[in-house]
Write a protein that binds this ligand. Structure first.
Ligand code: MN
Length: 722
């Protein structure tokens, strides 16, 4: 509980000769005006302005700012007028309180235009007097600290506004301390479950590692003393939100949290900073790529520090930030620290790049009429690593740089992502791997038969999209394998005259499950479907003994004959009596009806059907358990492309004869290519063939032509599919 005396003490600690009378007057006036009002927490309302004033004193601001903190809600929540304030406290304080009140009136709505409008007003207020924004940030900080007393809906909207507007502004003004507290609080309310999980995970780790913070801190402290550096060493657990962001960036799971400790070394001089870095790297191994020199290259908000991450002897990594006292003050308080050094009114000064940034924004907001454009330029500046894109209706989606239309589709809805077939950006059709740019208007096209493909994983940058695609692929792959495995086992069971249903009902397969370390029957089916376990090895143990003797040792799965017939569509194959998803014609050889074929169980895709002559088959047969016999079920009038290489003498009229021979056999030629040289000609032809007999007829007729030396079927060996 903050008392008025605490504020006075605090101010006195950094400004011994301050205007105590002004603060007394503001305090009494605020107490009178808010008399009888209570907060949602049930406390007297005055508690709030007192806390806001204390936060401002903590930023070491001037009496005027602190008085404004005490008075900041009187215009909004009491009957006091601005004239009355001016009369009692003067024009400056009245203007400042009015400025803070106006910002609050622009209620946050997630409609882009209105959000932009709020920003504009806020920026105007900021430029006229930055203290308005500092008071507003203090106000928001205390409201966030007491957010639990509000209704859920209000909580969500205030937390979101804090995360999207106030925290980035605090960051842009270099106020690191306020920024991380706002983010942590907002995160806690926006994602309570994630917050709890992470908090618990970190606490667990801390328990397990004893007093690790203290141990490392003491070691660091000792080393500094040994080297005669007069340093302050602090250790802490990083903010939950910063850990969360890191996990999300690296797509690691909460259980994998290891990088959660941070230490800070505050030294008297810049030289000491670099010396300390050297000492630390001598003690512990630095993690490559994690050494940052923000002293030589300050961040745009003036932040300066050395960063490194090292690994302690027990394998525990931790971050160390090294900076001077002055750099530390600026890192924590940003623009508020600047004010303190100047000991005067905050006004735009020429050499202060934070103000340049503000001034530029105000110029923009005059120039740019479309609030959406304004918003765009503003957000680029507040969050330089993100791109802002729009739906055709004008909703905004922010993405990390490099995001594609697929990321966009998954942001709209998981199903839109899964069925995404194409995209238009600013009205033009683009490829799904196009990187989106700021201001792009993106329209996603979906198709009912579209499904995700493995390639998509490499075409997205958001972890949400990647996760959804992976999940879909895994589920799909597993379902297919379960289905296939079940059928293989059923076939095998029939052959062994074992009733699989009975085995399942009697829990007879439990032994098999535990032998393979599997939990459920579906897992066993899946492993058989993947080709990890052979159905034969499972069923053999249940077969009557005499059966085993009778059977010759042929690949038993091969007996599980599947009947395949070509279906009208180029990719869809039906297996008689089975699911039509389970087989497909291998692209390398596209076997013809009538010709010898073999099936091969492919991981997660079902059964690939190859021509028995396909050169890829030989390579596949190193794992005979995955081979499966298949046969054509039906022959329909379907046409298949077959490529032939015909070697012939290069003489007049011969090509015409070949073509007319083929035409006489009622065969279409889809494509033809001829090469000649040294008296020979090679003709590559793609023919439409209905089955093996048809092909043989054509080959025989062409081979019989005088001058034709050889007719060979060509296999496309580059497109192996298993
Ligand atoms: Mn307030």
């Amino acid at each position: 509980m903050i008392r008025f005396e605490d504020i006075l003490d605090k101010v006195e600690s950094y400004k011994p000769s301050f205007d105590e009378e002004l603060l007394q007057k503001a305090y009494i006036f605020s107490a009178l005006e808010h008399r009888g009002q209570v907060r949602s927490s049930g406390e007297p309302y005055l508690v709030h302005p007192l806390n806001v004033a204390y936060i401002l004193a903590d930023m070491r601001l001037d009496e005027t700012s602190i008085a404004v903190g005490l008075l900041h809600d009187v215009l909004e929540d009491t009957l006091t007028t601005k004239e009355k304030l001016e009369e009692l406290f003067g024009e400056e304080i009245a203007d400042l309180v009015d400025g803070v009140t106006k910002i609050s009136r622009y209620a946050y709505v997630s409609k882009e235009e209105q959000q932009a409008e709020t920003f504009r007003k806020m920026l105007l207020a900021m430029v006229s007097d930055l203290r308005v924004v500092l008071v507003k940030l203090a106000d928001r900080l205390h409201n966030m600290r007491t957010l639990q007393f509000l209704a859920e809906e209000r909580r969500q909207s205030i937390a979101k506004e804090t995360m999207e507007i106030y925290a980035p502004i605090a960051n842009r003004l270099g106020m690191g301390k306020v920024k991380s507290e706002l983010e942590d609080l907002a995160f806690r309310y926006m994602h309570p479950r994630e917050f709890e999980e992470l908090n618990e995970a970190v606490n667990e780790k801390m328990k397990g590692s004893g007093d690790i913070v203290d141990r490392i801190r003491t070691t660091l402290d000792g080393k500094m003393k040994e080297n005669a550096i007069d340093a302050d060493v602090h250790g802490r657990v990083k903010s939950i939100y910063s850990i969360y962001q890191k996990l999300r960036r690296q797509e690691t799971d909460i259980g994998q949290v290891y990088d959660y400790l941070a230490f800070r070394i505050i030294t008297p001089t810049m030289k000491d900073c670099y010396a300390s870095l050297g000492i630390i790297h001598q003690m512990w191994r630095p993690v490559p790529g994690r050494i940052k020199d923000y002293i030589a290259m300050p961040k745009p908000n003036f932040y300066q520090s050395l960063h490194t991450t090292v690994v302690a002897d027990q394998g525990q990594p931790f971050e160390v930030q090294i900076r001077t006292r002055e750099m530390d003050l600026i890192a924590e308080q940003g623009i508020a620290a600047h004010w303190k050094y100047k000991e005067g009114r905050l006004a735009a000064s020429r050499d202060d790049s934070n103000f340049l940034w503000l001034r530029q924004l105000v110029e923009w907001q005059h120039e740019i009429k479309d609030p959406r454009d304004f918003m765009n330029s503003l957000k680029i500046d507040l969050y330089p690593d993100e791109v802002y894109t729009f739906t055709p209706k004008g909703d905004v989606f922010a993405f990390p740089r490099g995001a594609t239309p697929l990321d966009f589709a998954y942001r709209i809805h998981t199903d839109v992502g899964h069925r995404c077939g194409g995209a238009r950006v600013n009205g033009k059709l683009v490829s799904l791997r196009t990187a989106l740019k700021n201001g792009d208007i993106v329209q996603i096209m979906t198709g009912p038969n579209q499904t995700p493909s493995g390639e998509w994983i490499s075409q997205v940058v958001t972890s949400r999209a990647r996760h959804k695609i992976r999940h879909w692929l895994n589920t799909e792959q597993k379902n297919r394998s379960i289905e296939l495995g079940r059928k293989l086992i059923e076939k095998e069971a029939k052959r062994h005259k074992v009733q699989i249903r009975k085995l399942v009902a009697e829990n007879a397969l439990d032994g098999v499950l535990s032998e393979y370390g599997l939990a459920r029957l579906d897992d066993l089916y899946a492993d058989v479907g993947y080709g990890k376990i052979s159905a034969r090895s499972i069923l053999e143990r249940f077969a009557p003994a005499r059966d085993k003797e009778k059977e010759p040792e042929v690949g038993v799965i091969q007996q599980a004959v599947r009947r395949i017939f070509p279906f009208t569509g180029p990719q869809s194959i039906k297996v008689r009596g089975y699911d039509d998803l389970m087989t497909y014609l291998a692209k390398c050889c596209t076997p013809l009806p009538g010709e010898q074929i073999v099936g091969y169980v492919t991981r997660g895709k079902g059964v690939a059907v190859h021509s028995a002559n396909c050169p890829n088959v030989r390579n596949l047969m190193f794992n005979p358990d995955r081979e499966i016999a298949v046969e054509w079920a039906d022959q329909r009038a379907a046409q298949f492309s077959v490529e032939l290489d015909i070697l012939m003498d290069d003489r007049q009229g011969i090509l015409a004869r070949v073509i007319s021979t083929i035409a006489n056999l009622k065969t279409n030629i889809r494509q033809m290519d001829t090469r000649t040289g040294e008296g020979k000609a090679t003709v590559e032809m793609v023919l439409e063939i209905s089955d093996l007999k048809h092909l043989e007829k054509v080959v025989r007729a062409v081979s019989g032509i005088e001058g034709v030396a050889q007719v060979a079927r060509k296999y496309n060996t580059r497109q192996a599919t298993a």
